[in-house]
Design a protein around this ligand. Sequence first.
Ligand code: G6P
Ligand code: BGC
Length: 789
Amino acid sequence: MNPSIVDSSPFLYVRVVEEQQKVVKMDSKICSIPQEMMLGTGEQLFDHIAQCLGEFLESQDLKGQTLPLGFTFSFPCEQKEIDKVSHRTIIGGLLITKGNASDYVGLLVSSLGKLVASLGSLVDTLEMLLISLWMPVISLGMLVASAEMLFTRLEMLVVNVRIFEKMISGMYLGEIVRLLLVKMAEDKLLFKGETSEALLTPGQFETKYISEIEEPDSGLENAQKILTALGLNWDPVDACVVRLVCDTISSRSACLCAAALATISNRIRVNRGLDHLKTTVGVDGTVYRKHPNFSEELQAAVRLLAPECDITFLVSEDGSGKGAAMVTAVAQRIVEKYLEPFRLSLEKLKEVSVRLKKDLIRGLGKHSHHRAAVKMLPTFVRATPDGTEKGDYLALDLGGTNFRVLYVRVVEEQQKVVKMDSKICSIPQEMMLGTGEQLFDHIAQCLGEFLESQDLKGQTLPLGFTFSFPCEQKEIDKSILIRWTKGFSCSGVEGQDVVKLLKEAIHRRGDYDIGSVAMVNDTVGTMMSCGYRDQSCEIGMIIGTGTNACYMEEIKNVKRVEGEDGRMCINTEWGGFGDDGSLKDILTEFDEVVDQTSINPGVHTFEKMISGMYLGEIVRLLLVKMAEDKLLFKGETSEALLTPGQFETKYISEIEEPDSGLENAQKILTALGLNWDPVDACVVRLVCDTISSRSARLCAAALATISNRIRVNRGLDHLKTTVGVDGTVYRKHPNFSEELQAAVRLLAPKCDITFLVSEDGSGKGAAMVTAVAQRIGGLMTCLEMLVAF
Ligand code: G6P
Ligand code: BGC
């Protein structure tokens, strides 16, 4: 579709028939765009376009199909996304459902509205894409002639806009000639000093007159006819002068274009470090096509202005509509081949949710727990904060991006105020892979230095310990590490009580002591710290280096814990979902590689498709594959791109930034030593978008499963609840949270979920757990509840 041709817009049905190499079959229809519509409302225009497309589909008997659409929209647009339309179909694909015209128009207009919002700038991308894909074609930029009738009338009213265009393109050349002729007539140089009403009327000397008057043979004759038609009192000399004027104006236009084209060609040549560039430019537009010697003049000037560039001029056969279809086809090939496996439909997400639901029950089961992939670990947290907590607490927060030591004061009097001092301590990579003793000695040392700095060494304070790894909780202060995850793999800790290891390390130092300890998972800490602000918070979710969630389950369903009444917080450890092969059908070859090259193959399948530790690596592997398949970076890779871990997950957030994303992409690709072009940057952004989108949607499926479980547990038709969230991916990614929340609404329509981002991390939450435990009468009661498992 190309609404820019002068008061008409061709609709095309393009079939690219692979078998018959390079044959493109096309049916098209030109629809007029009335002048008043060009100056009317956008809604009117898009309604009109939607109607034309509808009639065209009818005429082609295509209404039943859902075809991807290439939309040539030849107006300056800011590129935001390659394909960001509501249905995420390939590059602006519209979901055209069966139904009557009004339906269709309604859908199309809203889709087109979205389409324009996201695809408005697709033209630039199309251009770029065409440039890189049909290298060395330089295309559409040359759409000099009929560009942008739609707004140009408006822009004529807008001074100092698109100056270059107003010296060159078909919209203006005629007017320049008219003004000159008026001036020369008024100066008694033409038409015996007389003008005419027509000549004095703006727009009356059409640009096509210039081409007709410059026709080698019939030009002068044409000139005379035109001057007569304009009601001018001309003589043969006048006709010659008018021809000279036309020649001058069109020649300037051709030369200016030549200068611009020479600039671009030279830039490409220099970009590639070439002495000589051989390239082709794809050209279209009425001035270039119709004017008798415009192309010749332009080409001659380019040869002078860019002598090191050997440029072939290829006039486009079927306009840019075919080009748009071409780009859609190419993008589709890219997407389908590489990205489609990452696109999970709502149906597939519902399937995943059903599988997880079974796993939750298996994990809670007394006899099925041990073989459950989703561990569903009892935490002995039986209540969430009610705002009456008080006291001073130490807290440790280990397992996320940063290891933190905190001093937390919950001041009851000043309702809901928690004072906190904290310090971030680094955990060196080698220590994450060293011995457990080294790790806990390091933790004890950091705590010691912090107590010193806070002048707290003399006090014995209760401590909340956020330890963000799967642990079998025996007591609130006794927790056995089941296995390490994320980047940790310290020896001598799995199967051990981590609270005991901490206490032993502190006692080895002997320079300070701690009081009672409460050990919590970061999801529990997050739920508790958010629960202090919003008492309806009953779910804690982390999407950071790792991913996980906890929630308040009915004790009667926690078969491994005694008791029928009340609730207990369950640490689901949903990261392990799929470790039993239940997600095989959605795992891609890239996920397999990430798992095999991780320090814990076969562990935390779900996490490795979602969390910050792995997303960057999935993108890297995809980019390497696409480069090796010559779809990116001209088939070249770089040492950095070939090195595991070099494409950091934070790059994904930076590249998907709404405004600066593409710029960031280019900086990152340069930093990775890649030979990129603008289309590569767009495709890299599409890859990032696809991978982060899958992550958000999988998290949504898991969260929807838990919320629905709570709703069903309580026999509710509708559940209103709050989830406390933390983690760098959720916090930093520009649209992760939005996408997750949108998918949860679709997957758990009977749950009204508020998302509360944790303010101070789960360190505060750990302090809260200690405070709540103290509030509801000490640790021991929990002990009696636990049957030795
Ligand atoms: C916060 C919490 C930590 C948690 C982390 C997860 O910092 O305080 O307890 O582990 O978020 O996110 P991250 O992106 O750091 O892994
Ligand atoms: C751990 C969880 C933790 C999550 C988020 C996972 O790898 O197994 O215990 O909650 O990461 O930090």
